[in-house]
Design a protein. Structure first.
Length: 283
């Protein structure tokens, strides 16, 4: 199925504008998720994304188990503990589900590395892209800590979750949030989302997105480690800070090498000068 190109934003708007309002965010509480996949369906429906033929991914029961140009949201299923039929209830077995998508980083590395200006971040949260500007270099795919952007061979452009910016512009919640029947997904200001996430961390819960690679607009709360869902551990370092550290390091090495070369040069200059003075004295 070939999809018609969609320009997500006017090409005249290349940078964030303050009139967009406060930075928005979504809190994802895995303890509330029941794995109904309503968010996946809502994402497909609102963004007019076709269905994708998939298979159940073994022990995780996640389907689909990967992001693609037409799959922007994944629901991870994780079975925790063991079933014991000699005990009442589940005998220690429990399920945890995690609805996952583009994190809409506060300082997105995909934007930093894009050479054509096809990617940019709005001041109110969404990280967007323009398919008419994408040159298919793949830098954003490599730079993204979670491998979110995916190249669409038909459109010749990357595609990913847009945080339903077109709904936000109309004062609505993202489609996935509005559809969630248990409030596992909650839409609010970034400030409020960070406050709730910090409180969860203080209560001994696991949190994700609060500090990873500088923080994200999607913040996660769980009673099990996020490594169980396959989410990698990252420091607070952002793409820009990493680049700055590398440049500083190379600059330091350059100064060290340059200084050493200057000392060596001065040594040989002085040596030649001493030899010339000695020749003059012998004559």
């Amino acid at each position: 199925m070939v999809l018609a190109p969609i320009v997500l934003e006017s090409m005249d708007i290349r940078s964030p504008v303050q009139e967009l309002g406060a930075h928005k965010a979504v809190v994802v509480d895995t303890r509330r998720c029941i794995g109904c996949r309503g968010c996946q369906i809502a994402c497909k429906a609102w963004n007019k994304l076709p269905a994708e033929k998939t298979t159940v991914s073994g022990p995780e029961y996640t389907s689909p188990s990967y992001f693609s140009p037409i799959t922007w949201k994944i629901v991870h299923f994780k079975e925790i503990g063991d079933y014991d039929d000699s005990r009442s209830g589940t005998g220690g077995l429990k399920w945890r589900m995690l609805a996952d998508n583009c994190k809409h980083c506060l300082d997105p590395s995909c934007v930093d590395v894009c050479p054509s200006g096809a990617l940019w971040k709005r001041s109110d949260g969404p990280v967007l892209y323009d398919i008419n500007r994408c040159i298919g270099c793949g830098y954003c795919e490599t730079a993204c800590p979670w491998g979110i952007p995916r190249f669409d061979e038909n459109l010749k452009s990357i595609r990913k979750c847009t945080m339903c910016f077109d709904r936000i512009d109309q004062g609505l919640e993202p489609a996935c949030v509005q559809t969630c029947p248990t409030d596992a997904l909650q839409f609010m200001s970034l400030e409020e989302a960070q406050r709730i996430t910090r409180e969860a961390a203080n209560d001994g819960l696991h949190v994700y997105g609060l500090s990873e690679v500088g923080g994200t607009s999607w913040l996660y709360i769980s009673d099990i480690p996020f490594s169980e869902f396959g989410l990698p551990e990252y420091s607070e370092a952002t793409q820009k800070s990493f680049q700055t550290q590398m440049l500083t390091r190379f600059a330091g090495i350059g100064l060290l090498v340059g200084g050493a070369l200057l000392v060596v040069s001065k040594f040989f200059d002085r040596k030649e000068s001493v030899e010339e003075e000695k020749k003059e004295e012998d004559e």
